[in-house]
Every structure is written in C-alpha cells, then in structure tokens.
Design a protein around this ligand. Structure first.
Ligand code: ADP
Ligand code: MG
Ligand code: MG
Length: 208
C-alpha cells in the first residue's frame, strides 16, 4: 500500500472511530432540530466504510475515496448519506491521476463540497454542514497560498470549521429537516456542521 493510500485509510478509520464515539452526541443535537438519527446515520455509514477497508485493498487514493463515497450513499439514508457520499465521490474523482500536493488536495476538497452544494443547494447561513465546509475551504486555501504545508492547511481548515459550526447556533435553519421548525431551530447547533468538523479534525490528525 502506498504511503498516501495508507494515510487516507487512516483518516477514514479514525473518522469512523470518532463518529462512533460521538454518535450519541450527534443524535442528541439532531433530536433538538431534526429526527434524532444523525449519529446513528454517520456511525452506520462509516462502519460500512471500515468493513470495506477490511476486505479490499486499494492501489490509489481516488479509488479509495470513491468507494467510501459509494458506500455512504448506499448505506446511509436521509440527507447526510447522499451529501457526504457525493463529497467523497467527487473528492476522489478530482484526485484521479493527480499528484497529491496540498494545493491539489485543496482543489479536491472544493470539488467534493461542490457536490454537497449541487445536491443540497445550501448557502452560507442556512444552518447546514456547508456553514462548516465553506470557511474550512477558504482557510485551507489561505494557508496553502501563504506557503503552509498539508498539516498547516488542514489544521486551519479544522479550526475554521469549528468556528462555522459554532456560528450555526443562533441561525434559523433554511435547509433540511431543521427548516421545518422555522424560528424554533434558533439556539441549537447544527448536527451536520458538527460531524463535518469531526471529519476535518480527524484529517488534520491523520493526513498530515
Ligand atoms: P436527515 O435530516 O435526513 O435525518 P441527518 O440527520 O443524517 O439526515 O443529517 C442532517 C444534517 O444534514 C443537517 O444537520 C445538515 O447539516 C445537513 N443537511 C440537511 N439538508 C442539507 C442541505 N440541503 N445542504 C447541506 N446540508 C444539509
Ligand atoms: Mg436526522
Ligand atoms: Mg433522518
């Protein structure tokens, strides 16, 4: 296994563990403004990804990420399965045949988030996972433009994601189930922005 495949595999495995450890917390957040299944959804999806990793060996990072994306789409219903699934599918697709420099990985992340937007049509301030992804991508690019390496860029992305997550609390949801609550969604942290931050914090620990 190449070193790159190894570190992306570490990321997916670490993410699965962290999502498992935080499943009750994510579900609690979703019980306030959704249907109390986000933790279970993420745990089931990433558990299935780990099962694939256990039985398949991948030659390239793009194949690994695409397979993870297809697994999430097929194993997780609701909003988050197709959204995260499309993220990993497009991230993988963008990395096919590409040298994995920090800039290329940043372009891949942006392509992945483009998939979330194509499916979910969210804008910043809608109180969704994009409120975490948007600032994370910008912070990543700023770090790379300033000469930062992958570790610096992912750390900046994770920090910006956490700020975006926290900023969802006072917002009124305009997309997804939480939007059905209208004003009653105010005062609660978005579950998807929370899981996105966990994924990026895991990336900063494992990919760099
Ligand atoms: P469901 O709402 O179908 O039960 P989950 O609970 O697993 O799915 O995921 C809910 C999360 O999905 C929300 O917290 C939000 O971050 C994200 N989400 C929902 N709709 C959208 C959308 N249109 N665009 C981006 N993210 C969305
Ligand atoms: Mg839900
Ligand atoms: Mg649901």
């Amino acid at each position: 296994m190449s070193k790159e495949v190894e570190s992306f595999t570490d990321w997916l495995r670490d993410s699965a563990q962290v999502l498992h450890d935080n499943a009750a917390y994510l579900t609690e957040l979703d019980s306030a403004i959704g249907d109390a299944d986000h933790g279970a959804n993420m745990d089931r999806g990433f558990g299935a990804v780990v099962a694939v990793l256990d039985e398949t060996s991948f030659d390239t990072v793009d194949e690994l990420l695409k397979k993870a994306g297809m697994t999430l789409v097929s194993k997780v219903g609701g909003a988050s399965g197709p959204l995260y699934g499309t993220f990993f599918l497009r991230f993988g697709t963008a990395l096919a045949g590409v040298k994995l420099t920090p800039a290329a990985i940043g372009e891949g992340l942006r392509a992945g988030v483009g998939g979330i937007l194509a499916r979910g049509k969210a804008e910043i301030g809608d109180k969704t996972m994009y409120d975490a992804w948007g600032p994370a991508l910008d912070a990543y690019d700023t770090a790379v433009a300033g000469g930062g390496d992958l570790a610096a860029a992912l750390t900046a992305a994770a920090e910006a994601s956490a700020k975006g997550r926290d900023a969802t609390v006072p917002l009124e949801a305009r997309k997804g189930r939480a939007s059905y609550l209208g004003e009653r969604s105010v005062g609660h942290q978005d579950p998807g922005a929370t899981s996105t931050t966990l994924l990026l914090e895991s990336a900063a620990r494992t990919l760099a």
